[in-house]
Ligand binder design. Structure first.
Ligand code: PPS
Length: 572
């Protein structure tokens, strides 16, 4: 049992008083302003409310260099993560040292002003190597660094005018000082924080409660609702799950608060960063698990960090940080005793049945609508997860036909639509080339740029239909592979994307020439005609390729139906 206790005096914030803020807001309207990105808004919120104490603004070049190379600010203070204001070269160009700029949210509300002290072009490859361990874009933060973040960093102190506005779960969000005041009021002198970006199941509930008991402390469930790893369960669903689990702890031992942090998935450095943030929120202990804030595998298919690197780095620095690590126990369910136990404490492993369900297995069971046992999770949590992740046979999806003009796309798409409507269950929308060109893209022609716009519009509508549980059938030529890939990416975050190549040869299409367009194209009367005078990238790995020359339409549509069944998208 540790003797550490928290000091719950308020920590410094960067906000000015209400009166000064009103005045500053008016003055700041005349300043050059930067529209903050979603990640910068998260960072700014924690800078302003003291979550990133002792930082007083976005990092200067010296602080940045120290943090990148040695995990220390220029004055030697431990800080593992660069907190930088990345902007475009164009924006940075005209700025002068000492100049104030306004920082606005995405609606244009001024949240803060910043006095520019530093303006530099960072070596991003070096940052990636040092902070994230490798310059490998399979790491989400490295990918962000190279492909989303601006080229130039601005540094300087921030003056806070107002908190970023949140419309969701307002009562569950607390600044560090609000949490400190709450702990003070309840007399919580030792608090274990649990960081999470996933739904909590029974094992987590057991381990967090055990951690609190071991440290003789109260428990703070402190989930991240800012930005987590792409593909995670959305925070709305997670918060509803957490609220259900909160009832399972003995009364008045545990509380929950939402943290608007933008995670970087930086493993060991991230763990230390998380610890410092929790210290600022008045906590004395912090749970660090196996592979804490792990980003998944690198481009060679290996883990970026060792499973206990985060615990090791945290342990090295915990004294200086002033927050103690509670290392995560691997909790498993022992069937014979109907309870969770730490794996390393089970003495009779060969005599009992030890049960566990991995994250991958859980996702599979959700996707296929299979049983999730009560020993694994709470019924309320499973119900929430099933609501947002219905089985594939109930999710929306998109069937995307591509092929030459006259290949038979529309005919097969129509037959498919009718078959799906006969089955029932989900609404079906056909976005045929002609319909789209009439209703969505009437002003567009057939230049590369216009075709891309046309396909992106189709993709957008299909992604909305997919998101809302419907079936979208698209049938444009869609000649460019890169555009098709972009549409696939948009749609796959909501449901399946089934690319069907209608592989009728150009010779056959020209021979059929139903609309007489090929003749006109040959005569040069229609320019940029796909297959004649404009390119078509043959799909390299479509979900299905149909041959139409010796196969009738009904059979082609049936092949698509079989594919959909095989993918679990329609119940067999
Ligand atoms: S694209 O490339 O995906 O945006 O094309 P799409 O929207 O499917 O439109 C193709 C239909 O437009 C007619 N058309 C042309 N096609 C190709 N190239 C040129 N230059 C062209 N000009 C007009 C043609 O009838 C296509 O219809 P489908 O249904 O494919 O036969």
């Amino acid at each position: 049992t540790s003797l550490v206790q928290n000091n719950l005096a308020p920590i410094p914030e960067l906000y000015v008083s209400y009166e000064s803020a009103q005045k500053l807001k008016v003055e700041a309207a005349d300043l050059i302003s930067w529209d903050l990105t979603p990640r910068q808004i998260c960072d700014l919120e924690l800078l302003m409310n003291g979550g990133f104490n002792p930082l007083k603004g976005f990092m200067s070049e010296d602080d940045y260099n120290g943090v990148v190379d040695n995990m220390r600010l220029a004055d030697g203070t431990l800080w593992p993560m660069p907190i930088t204001l990345d902007v475009s070269e164009k924006f940075a160009e005209g700025l002068e040292e000492g100049q104030d700029i306004a920082l606005r949210d995405q609606e244009g509300v001024i949240l803060a002003t910043m006095t520019i002290t530093d303006n530099w072009t960072p070596n991003k490859a070096h940052e990636a190597e040092k902070v994230f361990g490798a310059d490998d874009s399979a790491h989400p933060a490295v990918n962000y660094l190279h492909n989303t973040a601006g080229k130039v960093y601005l540094g300087g102190p921030v003056v806070g005018i107002q908190q970023p506005v949140h419309y969701d779960f307002r009562g569950r969000r607390d600044t560090p000082n609000e949490l400190r005041a709450y702990f003070r009021k309840l007399g919580w002198r030792k608090v274990v924080a649990f960081q999470t970006r996933n739904p909590l199941h029974r094992a987590h509930q057991e381990l967090t409660f055990r951690a609190a008991k071991e440290a003789q402390a109260n428990l703070l469930i402190h989930p991240v609702v800012g930005m987590t790893k792409p593909g995670d369960v959305d925070h709305f669903t997670r918060v509803r799950c957490y609220e259900a689990v909160l009832d399972k702890y003995p009364g008045s031992t545990t509380t929950m608060s939402l943290l608007n942090l933008a995670m970087r998935m930086a493993g060991p450095r991230e763990a230390v960063w998380h610890g410092l943030i929790r210290k600022n929120h008045g906590c004395t202990h912090f749970i660090v698990g196996r592979d804490h804030a792990g980003p998944g595998s690198n481009s060679a298919g290996e883990d970026f960090y060792g499973p206990y690197d985060a615990q090791d780095l945290f342990r090295t620095h915990q004294e200086e940080m002033g927050i103690e690590m509670v290392d995560f126990k691997h909790m498993v369910y022992v069937q014979e005793r109907a309870q969770y136990e730490p794996m390393d404490e089970i003495k009779d492993k060969d005599k009992v049945t030890v049960l566990n369900i991995s994250g991958t297995e859980l996702r599979r069971r959700l996707a296929e609508g299979l049983e999730i046992p009560e020993w694994f999770s709470f019924p309320e949590v499973v119900k929430e997860l099933r609501r947002t992740r219905p089985p594939r046979s109930k999710q929306g999806f998109t069937v995307f036909f591509t092929g030459f003009s006259g290949s038979g796309k529309s005919t097969i798409a129509n037959a498919l639509m009718v078959k799906l409507m006969e089955m029932g269950g989900r609404p079906v929308t056909l976005l045929d080339g002609d319909i789209v060109r009439k209703n969505l893209s009437s002003e567009l022609g057939f230049s590369k740029e216009h075709r891309d716009l046309n396909i992106r519009r189709i993709g957008y509508v299909a992604s909305e239909i997919t998101k809302n549980g419907g079936i979208a059938i698209c049938a444009p030529i869609a000649p460019y592979a890169t555009t098709r890939r972009a549409v696939r990416e948009d749609i796959e975050s909501f449901g399946a994307f089934v690319e069907v190549h209608v592989a009728t040869s150009i010779e056959e299409c020209e021979r059929r020439d139903r609309k007489g367009l090929y003749k006109l194209a040959r005569e040069g009367k229609i320019k940029e005609f796909t297959g004649i005078s404009d390119p078509y990238d043959v799909p390299e790995s479509p979900e299905l390729s149909v041959e139409t020359e010796n196969v009738d339409v009904d059979n082609c549509a049936h092949q698509v139906i079989l594919k959909l069944e095989q993918m679990g998208l329609i119940a067999g």
